[in-house]
Each structure stands twice: as structure tokens, then as C-alpha cells.
Design a protein around this ligand. Sequence first.
Ligand code: PHB
Ligand code: FE
Length: 330
Amino acid sequence: MSLSSKPAAPSKASAVNELGYRTFDLGEFHFERDEYFAHLSWPTGTHVMSVDAFLRALQRDLAWNFFYGIVNFDGVFGTLNHYGTVDIFAGRYNDAYRKAELDHLENIETEAIREVFAAMLDDWTNAGFDPFASPSETGTAFGVKNGSNTEAVTRRRVVAKRMVGLPGDEAIRTDADGYPVNRQFADVDQGEPEIHAEKGYEERVGAFSLAAYLSRSPVTWNPSVVSVCRDSLMCPTTEEYILPIIHGNDRAEWFVVLSDEIIWDIEDRDSGTKRAKVTMKAGDVSAMPADIRHQGYAPKRSMLLVWENASSELPELIAAGKISPLPVEF
Ligand code: PHB
Ligand code: FE
């Protein structure tokens, strides 16, 4: 049966297919899954993705509240955040689709897309599959409908208000909290710094071992915001296998590889044309401009510090040409 021959069915949101999976509609986009694939269709085309990759991307898009700028699930399908509404698109940032006029885009209230994406992620994720985990640390996404993993897919990323460990913020991760040291970080020193605050400053001075904190992260490609100073967000994360999205940022961002190695594929943000390949080793720093998109590959679990500027004025200033998309000019 060909999906493209099916008419769009806006009221089919709760239909269940013969494999036990619900089908979903969002505007004129239609979503189905089978044992191996997510099938997408829209008035001018169809698309297929391996369902494990689709669920890993869907998980990030939701948990990050549609993130900064563009979240490409792959070279065809994705979302663009307008911070209140979200564009959902197919082929919009793909030269060949644009030239053939097969691209499609719909602007949807954030709340409405969140509801459908959350229901789809929950229904399509089987028991034993955790879209946040590295492939070596989780079960299979494939097969006919088999239970669910709601606890895993409703995880939110850790967001500190000041700095991790200061009063009112997330506690340091420990064995007792259910955060064992990851198998690939067994050699990371678990010692914590001593703090000697002046009297009266005990609530305002803090320190923690970032390496020990990250060594206990149970997830991959999911930045925690560990410190906030005005618009400056320090977002370290542990990476293994492939960043499940191709991120087209609406501002510059900085990467500091703290351990091991990450290979970045860099493409033009709007057309997808290949621009660069950057191999970063421990200690390397790079800055990603606002006119590219990037996807990372981590052969072994790696600690990465992502530094974001959260100012809500940046996308407009860059789009209007008032500030450069380049973070630095040499
Ligand atoms: C990014 O798109 O910049 C990004 C997202 C998640 C990560 C690392 C980098 O874990
Ligand atoms: Fe990014």
C-alpha cells in the first residue's frame, strides 16, 4: 500500500494501525510507523526515516522545547522555533526539494505541536528503548508495538537557575540518587573541591567537579544547563554515537571538547551544501556561526561544553544583518 495515495485524514489522530501503533496528523502532515520506519507524508511528498533515528530526534526536539533555530531530523524533515509558534517543514532547507517545489511548511502554535509530538513519542517508543541513551546502553526501537517507556521519554533536561549545587538548584549527581559512573568514565576522579567561604557568603560561593558530574550522566546528546549568568548559559553534555539532530542555529554557539573526540559535519544552514568537517579533540575549542547547521559524531563517550547566548534579541539582529553571523573574525 502506498502512503502517498492516501488522502490526508485530519480526524484520524487516534487511529491505530495493524501493528498496534497510533497514526498522527499535524496540519497537513501525516505520520505512521511500522516495525522499522517512520513514514511521513504531506500534500506534495512523502518521506521515510529509520524509526530509531526519528524517535531520538523527536525526543530532543520535545525535551528542548524546540531548541534554538532549526532542528533538522535529517536533510528533509524538521522544525524551526519562532518561540511561541513553530514551523514544521519538509524539504524547506534542502536545495533539491526547493527547486522541485516539493517542500512544505506549516506554522503551528507551540502548544499544539508539543501535544502531538509528545503523544507520538510516547506511543511509538516501546518498552526497553530509551531515545536518550547511547545505542550500546538501550534495547531496540524496532518491532510491533510492545509496551512503553513513559518515564524515559518524559525526562526534561536539567536547567539550573544559577549554578548546579548552589541552594535551590539541582543536587550533585551521586550513586545514592541513582546516577552511577558511566562505563566509559570509570577513570574519572570523583573528588569534589573543598569550599572555604567567608562568613556570610556560604550561600553564594559554590564549586563542584564538572568531570565527576558529567561522568554520571545517564543520557547522551542532552545538554544540562549547569550555570546561568545573565544570557550566558554553560551547557555541558556527554556524547556517544551521533547527535540525533542536525542543528541550524539562529545564533553563534561555542563548543569546548573536554574529553575524547567529536567529529562535526558542517553544512550550509539553508541549502544543506557541505561546508566543513571539523575533528575536535580534548581541549579544542570551536565556534559555530549562525549560518550553518551541524551534526556531531562521538566514537567514544565524550564530554562537551556547549556555550549558548540565550538573548532573545539575537535571531532578529542576525536576520536583519545588524550583527554578524560569525562569532569571531580573525
Ligand atoms: C548543538 O546542536 O549544538 C548540540 C546539541 C546537543 C548536544 C551538543 C550540541 O548534545
Ligand atoms: Fe548547535
